[in-house]
Ligand binder design. Structure first.
Ligand SMILES: [Zn+2]
Length: 213
């Protein structure tokens, strides 16, 4: 898959409109290169913001710029929720493109990363919350909402995650993601009293990956 930077993401359906960053390929080459290197601070911000992969059920992508027989492969995507209201989505390979092939993401994306992590509860959060809680919603949407809701620091997120544990189908398919999201909340001190032993096994496994029990 190859898209121009900042174009509307249309690789697959998603509950919120997003813009593409770093979907590089042979047609447009290493976009944004231009010889201007990324500074250490920008690199670190990108790494820090690229921690949690979503949509890992997507197929694997092979780097078009590595030698054919030893090309780097990636799977899944990172999503970045800016305070401006924009959402950017990059393939897992964005870090490889940056480190190995001189890729420089667009300026507005780099600027947006500077104040990531301090989001106000907004329409995007409302949308993701509604998606997760609505059993009639697209199942894949609900699984992605489990991942992305932790971008907001708000009690409604913990409530929604605990509610999703009652949903057998969600636990079967995305119990580990529920656990990892709970782990994020635990790690930042948003959970008072979590009775770990009462959680389904898959949820406990995911939780243990973020906060070892
Ligand atoms: Zn490569």
């Amino acid at each position: 898959m190859e898209y121009l930077d900042l174009s509307l993401y249309e690789y697959r359906r998603f509950p919120i409109p997003m813009r593409s960053v770093g979907w590089l390929g042979p047609r447009f080459g290493v976009q944004g290169g231009g010889g201007q290197d990324l500074g250490a601070a920008d690199r670190q911000r990108i790494r820090d913001a690229s921690q949690r992969l979503g949509s890992v059920t997507l197929g694997t992508h092979e780097c078009a710029f590595c030698p054919p027989n030893s090309a780097f492969e990636g799977n899944g995507e990172y999503r970045y929720y800016g305070r401006s209201g924009d959402v950017y989505v990059a393939p897992m390979m964005i870090l490889h493109y940056m480190e190995e092939h001189g890729y420089r993401p667009p300026e507005e994306f780099l600027d947006g990363l500077k104040d990531i992590g301090r989001l106000e509860w907004d329409w995007r959060a409302e949308r993701m919350l509604a998606v997760l809680l609505d059993e009639s919603e697209d199942f894949d949407f609900r699984c992605e909402a489990i991942i992305d809701l932790v971008n907001w620091k708000d009690g409604r997120v913990l409530d929604a995650l605990m509610h999703s544990i009652q949903d057998e189908e969600l636990v079967d398919s995305a119990g580990d993601e529920i656990g990892r999201s709970l782990g994020v909340l635990v790690a930042r001190g948003d959970v008072g009293d979590l009775r770990v032993e009462s959680l389904p096994e898959m949820v406990r496994i995911g939780l243990g990956q973020i906060v070892p029990q």
